[in-house]
Design a protein around this ligand. Sequence first.
Ligand code: ADP
Length: 634
Amino acid sequence: MAKKQFKAESKQLLNLMINSIYTHREIFLREIISNASDALDKLYYRSITDSSVPVSREDLSIRVSVDKDAGTVTVSDNGIGMTKEEMDSNLGVIAHSGSLDFKKEVDNPDIDIIGQFGVGFYSSFLVSDKVTVVSRPYGSDEAWQWSSEGTDGYTLKEGQRDSWGTDVIMHLRQDDENENYSRYLDSYEVQSLIKKYSDYVRWPIHMEVEREDYVETEEKDDDGNPKKEWVTSIKDEVVNSMIPIWQRPRDEVSDDDCKAFYKEKFRDWEDPVSVMRVNAEGVVSFRAMLFIPGQAPYNFYSREYEPGLQLYSSGVLIMDKCKDLLPDCFRFVRGIVDSPDLSLNISRELLQHDRQLATIRSNLEKKIKAELARMLDEDREKYLGFYKAFGPQLKYGIVEDYGMKADLLKDLLLFQSYDKDSMVTLKEYVDSMPEGQSRIYYAAAESIARAKQLPQTEQVRERGYDILLFGEDADEFVARTLRDYDGKQFCDVAGGDLGLETDEERKASDERDEAEKEIMDFMRQTLGDAVSDVRPSRKLKTHAVCMSTDGDVSLEMEKYFASIPGADTGRVKARKVLEVNVGHPAYASLKKAYAEDRDKAADMVRIMHDQALLIAGMPLDDMLGYSDRVFGLF
Ligand code: ADP
């Protein structure tokens, strides 16, 4: 029979998994059991929504068995099953391979592909050299058999199964120096793996386990009492505890239990940085267990990421990712909500439950905010880790919806301080403002290091004022959305007036500027449309020039909008102001040239303009002209 090929990206992923992962192979069992559990959920859901499906909860279960002689581990379920077409499409392609991001990271040997991608079914190949799936969909009397030896494709033929459901039969590999595969044939070992990874699966997982019992025999001892001996017997047992962890009393569940639950449930390898438990009584009663992940999922900042909390009603899953339960600004939070007040078929009648969901959401919003604020306060290091992963999301949260969530989020922000070489909150910045400082100064560039180098920081620093260094696109939008914090306005050091001068200083500067009027006119004339103004600078101290802006659009914003694919780049333009340090020797040279050689002076002006652009990280329209002018000075 002709073999079918896996779709290209599945093939690549498969190869990669098989060849590059030597740790954590054992999670294959969790993945296959989770699939079985999903299949049971699906059938059960059908039974409660469709009266023609007479299946009751007690009928449904998972069985794991090992066959030492055949060298196989089998996971069976009597769930929904798969049709031939479903096997073809579900097992022939990897659903979320997130191909692009994933390719980027392929070279990294430490990468945890399973944890990141939840590749599910394919993990069976981590331990098997052949996998056979026999499945019969509920309501059909046809079974099909899918079989594959890994990367070179799969076969699909008619199969045999007495009742509906699915068997995944994994033929284990030979032991080698990397892994002792035969340990998966040991029923104790398998049992402990189920405990470790699948204890909270809400369906019974049966296994035949060997038990040793100390039992009475027919024989009697000298005193006439029955003799006892150890007898080994095989017993069918349910090996998982099944009780949802969030339903158990708080003092019975340790933090470690919650973390283990999180990792199993959300298929993450890292501990969450925070676990929140909520037990609310009121208009809507619910229990929730929420987690803040330790790292952003690989697709978090893409459209592929699906936020939401799992919604249960009395322990039964209603919806996997219920968006309405989670404020979007906290979309990184994962977890579950269980409310007896919501009926089972909520997904069909969602509208009627809108108010209840909104009540839960606003309750959770407060809890999450409080937890983050607590972490920021009590464990800065941990918070920094969180902020590295999800800080950008908080910033988007501020900017989104016209700043509706700005008040909620502003105290959770951190920015790099120029002074302290560390991250500070806005409150910390404002609290340490010296007397006389009335604004929150920031410098924005494409990175924090570049922001720190901006010449416009000079006079602000001279006065002993700290500056927030912005290195991310979102930062400036955040400042613009907030406008002020605690009554202190945000002020771009590359903007117009920085409000640094006293009245007297201002008067002195005005007089000085008046004296430079002729040169400034010459510069303006020379540069024409390239700038909207040329001015003697009140921001510089040691540097010769800088490029600032008038009006609402900053240089960083111009750059940002120019970088959006398909944007009309002409639309968002900053009004550029060339600022010149009239106390700088370069300016003195310019003045001299102006008196002696106008052409040379004009070239100098153009160079000054281009230098200012370069310092600001802006592209030059005429690179070659710039270069020729510089070499003309040699
Ligand atoms: P995921 O579970 O993340 O969707 P998998 O690769 O684990 O991806 O599985 C692919 C699909 O195959 C599942 O979504 C499901 O439709 C189907 N599947 C896997 N195992 C079973 C099973 N035991 N019973 C029914 N369908 C299954």
